[in-house]
Design a protein around this ligand. Structure first.
Ligand code: RRO
Length: 331
């Protein structure tokens, strides 16, 4: 780390982490080389895999990802990747080496409850999986890009049923969920009502991309990505305010036993600072790392450290969750 005097350690699900940042699922995490690059960076605290299915998937046809806005600085992005991944057993195998160096989280996004349960059962009970240094499971309840498949976390009874069956199956590994953004206080309350029934839940990651945006190239008069008529999940700068709101709203509602991992809109160290102020225990970075590569983690940590020095903070706990809202807090 850049300075001895600044302590950037944190924890998620009681797992100690040397840094509060790592990749967002979907970015630098599909192959062992990419995952290894995230792990090898001295500036990351963990790594999370691409959301996976039981069997490998090609995903949607290309072009399926595009940067837009001020892309030199990371900017914003739209994607309709369609869950391309190498299948669960590949990501279990990758843990053998990578999980020895840093906490290694596997993200699951089965196409049905049954597929999720099958993958969870493998991770819980399979002898090979049990030997692997897997730190935890992130259940993705929020992929916006599968035609005909609604985002589970926008259907509160489906989310409840998924979690009920998940926690019946899952006892060994810590488990968190990745949520779509919510936009209305009543929906934060409804999501909280579901989540609070599951004391084994260890974290929520806020947010997945904002689903079904439309980015247009006005010169060619066409959409910048091709699947789903050009509709795709938005990430990067355009989602920062929504991401911060979701982190803050969930931190305010959830018990301390459930961590919040911030994700969305980070293009500099101050953005990480803001996520932490809202109560995030750690922060995942997607669009910016896709644009800047692994050296982006160093840039962000340098900026975060400088901001903390200027503010005379020496550890994250001194400001985490301490956002001032000035007026008496209202839901
Ligand atoms: O692969 C994707 O299209 C994708 C996934 Br699984 C997700 O969770 N979020 C996203 O923006 N894209």
């Amino acid at each position: 780390m850049e300075s001895q005097s600044i302590d950037l350690t944190t924890s998620v699900a009681d797992i100690k982490l040397s840094s509060p940042i790592w990749n967002a699922s979907g970015v630098m995490c599909t192959t062992i080389d990419d995952l290894g690059a995230v792990v090898s960076s001295p500036y990351t605290g963990a790594v999370v895999t691409k959301s996976c299915t039981l069997l490998p998937r090609q995903g949607n046809p290309k072009p399926r990802y595009a940067a837009f806005g001020f892309s030199g600085a990371g900017g914003s992005s739209i994607n309709s990747m369609g869950l391309p991944n190498n299948g669960l057993s590949y990501y279990v195998d990758c843990a053998r080496e990578l999980g020895r160096h840093k906490p290694y989280f596997i993200s699951l996004a089965g196409l049905s409850i049954e597929e999720n349960l099958q993958m969870l059962s493998t991770l819980e009970h399979d002898e090979l999986a049990q030997e692997m240094p897997i730190a935890g499971i992130e259940l993705n309840l929020s992929c916006p890009n599968l035609p005909g498949k609604p985002q589970t976390c926008y259907d509160f009874s489906a989310m409840d049923e998924t979690l009920r069956q998940t926690f019946e199956m899952c006892n060994r590994l810590p488990l968190g969920v990745k949520l779509s953004p919510y936009f209305d206080p009543i929906h934060f309350d409804m999501a909280y009502e579901v989540l609070k029934a599951y004391p084994k839940l260890r974290w929520v990651t806020c947010i997945n991309s904002i689903g079904n945006g439309l980015v247009i190239d006005p010169i060619r008069e066409q959409t910048v990505i091709h699947p789903k008529n050009g509709l795709g999940g938005l990430g990067g700068q355009v989602v920062k305010a929504t991401a911060l709101s979701n982190v803050w709203n969930f931190r305010k509602r959830l018990p301390d036993s459930i961590d919040v991992i911030g994700c969305g809109g980070v293009t500099n160290g101050l953005d990480v600072f803001e996520h932490l102020l809202c109560g995030a225990s750690a922060v995942e970075i997607g669009t910016f790392i896709r644009a800047n590569g692994v050296k982006g983690f160093q840039t962000i940590i340098g900026e975060l450290t400088r901001a903390m020095k200027i503010k005379h903070y020496t550890s994250l706990d001194e400001f985490r969750g301490k956002l001032k809202t000035v007026m008496p807090s209202q839901k």
